[in-house]
Design a protein around this ligand. Structure first.
Ligand code: ZN
Length: 286
């Protein structure tokens, strides 16, 4: 599932290649991928020029002239691709937009959990896609105090807490494992027992890892559908330290741990039982 670095990579691609183009015509092959009335969507978007892009967490939107925007949440298997008009459409193409630059923007989604939505500027709080999305994981305003207060009422494990998009938006299953390994924190540590200092280290590791992943155009694993907005694979899978590495040696210098895979809240979780030992005595996993 695309997480913040993958969505940001797509947004950057579209920002570079799409801003300034006019959307000549939109075709919906499956109306049920649109939140709200598909007729309203088509009528509002057709003929508009793309003036910008934005993102919060795993949701992104294209800003159009006329104070409207088109939000996209890719969920499990959605792909937003810029293709040539002459290119053959991939299977599961549910939306295509003809652009003035002679290309097409297409939305492809085999599992169809993803959604598109028409947004009106100033009424983002009414959006289905943006509802319950907390501050972005790369927001400069994010503080350890905020996270600790958000965790205050939650005795769930810190990994599950990080996956809850209402507290912090953009982190999914892959990067949560990587972040907690970098910090040296066991994924099942109760969120409300994580110290302010550890929360600060989580914020620092999140920035470091997500920014490196954006630099590598995201993570494309064997079973994932993720492609950049230009149809390329990501490169950060070569930099993963624990995710998908069960039974391999922990890459932390001097650590003799072996990476373990376990299920936490029904999701595969990877960690080193030595440098991410439970409770006291844990040491930084750098
Ligand atoms: Zn280790």
């Amino acid at each position: 599932m695309p997480e913040l670095p993958e969505v940001e990579t797509i947004r950057l691609n579209l920002h570079e290649h799409l801003v300034g183009d006019r959307i000549l015509k939109v075709t919906l092959r499956r109306a049920d991928i649109v939140c709200g009335d598909p007729e309203d969507f088509l009528a509002a978007v057709g003929g508009k020029r793309v003036v910008g892009t934005d993102r919060r967490g795993k949701a992104m939107w294209l800003c159009l002239e006329g104070d409207i925007a088109v939000a996209v949440h890719l969920r499990m298997s959605g792909r937003l691709l810029l293709v040539q008009s002459s290119d053959e459409l991939p299977p599961h193409t549910h939306m295509l937009a003809e652009l003035s630059g002679g290309r097409r923007l297409i939305y492809v989604d085999p599992r169809r959990f993803g959604r598109l939505e028409l947004l009106h500027l100033g009424r983002f709080d009414q959006s289905v896609i943006l509802r319950n999305i907390g501050p972005d994981a790369l927001s400069e305003d994010l503080s350890a105090q905020y996270l600790q207060e958000a965790a205050g009422a939650h005795s769930v494990g810190i990994k599950q807490f990080l996956l809850d998009q209402s507290h912090l938006a953009g982190i999914g299953n892959i990067y949560a494992s990587e972040i907690l390994h970098r910090v040296g924190l066991h994924p099942a540590t109760p969120a409300n027992r994580v110290t302010t200092e550890e929360m600060q280290r989580i914020i620092d590791a999140t920035r470091e890892i997500l920014e490196a992943a954006i630099g590598a155009r995201g993570t494309t694993l064997g079973d994932s559908q993720y492609q950049t907005g230009l149809g390329q694979s990501g490169g950060y899978q070569q930099c993963l330290r624990v995710y998908g590495k069960a039974e391999e040696n922990c890459p932390v210098p001097g650590c003799d741990g072996v990476i373990r895979r376990s299920k936490i809240a029904q999701r595969s979780t990877y960690f080193c039982p030595v440098c991410q030992a439970r409770g006291r005595g844990r040491r930084a996993g750098r």
